[in-house]
Design a protein. Structure first.
Length: 76
């Protein structure tokens, strides 16, 4: 039997949100200055990229549309 769109949405949402939450925790581990060295500028870049994507996600759910393809790169 074929799954409904609602069932597909629920299954994918559970999987993707949990993966994203775990990835965010891993990003948070980068804040540990006893293990890593980074500038305030680099921290702001990371937080800005995450906030920008979260804001975009909110808009998508409000409008019910599309996807984006922006990639983050901290650079050298």
């Amino acid at each position: 039997m074929e799954r409904t769109k609602a069932e597909k949405f629920r299954d994918l949402a559970n999987k993707r949100v949990n993966k994203t939450l775990n990835d965010m925790r891993l990003i948070g581990n980068l804040a540990n200055r006893s293990h890593y060295t980074y500038s305030d500028q680099q921290a702001r870049q990371i937080l800005s990229a995450l906030q920008k994507e979260l804001d975009s996600l909110k808009l998508k759910f409000r409008s019910g549309s599309g996807s984006s393809s922006d990639q983050f790169n901290l650079g050298d």
